[in-house]
Design a protein around this ligand. Sequence first.
Ligand SMILES: Cc1cc2nc3c(=O)[nH]c(=O)nc-3n(C[C@H](O)[C@H](O)[C@H](O)COP(=O)(O)OP(=O)(O)OC[C@H]3O[C@@H](n4cnc5c(N)ncnc54)[C@H](O)[C@@H]3O)c2cc1C
Length: 454
Amino acid sequence: MFEQLKAELIGRLILTGEEGYHDRRKIWNTAFDKHPAAIVVCKAASDAVAAVKFAKEKEFAVTIRGGGHHVAGTAICDGGIMVDFSEMRKVTVDLERRVAIVEPGATLGDVDAETQKYGMVTPTGTVTETGIAGLALCGGTGYLRGKYGLTSDNIVSVRMVTADGEHLQVNAQENPDLFWAIRGGGGNFGIVTSFEFQLYPLGPEVLALDVMYDYKDAKQVLRNTQAFLRTAPDEVSFNMMTFQMPAAPGVPESLHNKRVIVIAGLYAGDKDGGEKAVQPLRELAQPISDNTGIVRYTELQSRFDLAAPKNVAVAGTSLFIKEFNDEAIDALLAKIELLPRPSLLVQFWECHGKMNRIPSDATAFAVRDASFLLCFDVDYPMEEEKTFKDWIESAYETMLPYSVRKTSYLNTVRNDRQITKDTYGDNYAKLASIKHKYDPTNFFRHNHNIEPQA
Ligand SMILES: Cc1cc2nc3c(=O)[nH]c(=O)nc-3n(C[C@H](O)[C@H](O)[C@H](O)COP(=O)(O)OP(=O)(O)OC[C@H]3O[C@@H](n4cnc5c(N)ncnc54)[C@H](O)[C@@H]3O)c2cc1C
């Protein structure tokens, strides 16, 4: 049956049992052990067109793999056709137009490495192996969000294959409804075969924030951070995380098994002017250590690569938080006390500046009024799945009253119909109608799904 598809591909088709099948079907979250009927390893945009036409005709489900990093495992399904972009990772810089032209299998590391050759950046995320495609289509928050907004806010244009196999140019002038929808609407509207992202000059050296506080001061640290955000300059963006230090070689003994709270971030401006701007974040409490200083942008961007879980099952959820007031902080810290394993990471990423000034109806990405994004990701042994998932659920329920309209970051949350609807909020109806126009049968449904509605 697959002969027809195979003949049309510039790339390869891998069927069940063929060489490479098991390697290719692995995604970041090993909890999703799925078996697609076929994997299309794309080498050109035309391979995605062929895959869509074939899958439609033969009634196969289609999934799309960018970097394969979504915690909800949407890149793969049983019995479907996985369109795999892992061999299309080229990044090209057009300095005249100040855009990066990026293939859909590129990782964040690929993008940063190429753009930095020209002293340029575009907002991405903070772990280099993450795929740019999934990240950009659902938002994308990194250390440039205060100054330049989300990754999705910086999409200048895409080429994409729609459900009827058309290969469209999508930008502010051409197919503007799709252009609105793909900036936050994820993989609902088609398969992106190429992106263009806006570029800005920054680097190669930047001022990076790197401060560690004692967890016993967490309340004071969060309170003071919330106060800092009221007047924070756009140039300063940062993530905070709390975890227990390992009792490992290389870690000072005084820190063994100690719970800490760490701030990592960036001053996205003239590096000499940054010291004053970041100073308040270095004095939120008495630091245990402070390695704030000048580093290469690419070094900062890869700083957390080793900390990211690998080859493990992960459950993850997230909530946009209105404000860390005392009640919300107490609720969170009480939940952290009950973590099923003390070494687990809880993250809070601040939200301010440009990412919050863009009107909530300007693109599909609707949450523009949070002060923090709270992320819980727990990796677990399969035999203890229930314990870890129960903790995730209870942490989510505990923090829900402090959320912004029950919204989550769709790039870091399980696949749930109500969460998806709540998160798109007032934008959902417009998204559903655009979905109906371009994908009335919900062909692209392995995602945080927007159901077509005329
Ligand atoms: C270790 C780690 C670190 C992370 N750090 C950050 C961070 O700093 N900032 C942040 O914002 N997020 C972060 N994330 C979350 C990240 O944004 C999501 O996991 C995102 O989905 C990754 O994209 P991907 O291409 O790797 O995903 P995939 O799993 O490949 O794809 C997820 C979904 O995106 C859609 N999609 C992918 N490619 C295409 C395409 N070409 N066309 C159309 N739709 C497509 C599909 O619906 C697909 O199901 C992180 C995740 C991990 C695991």
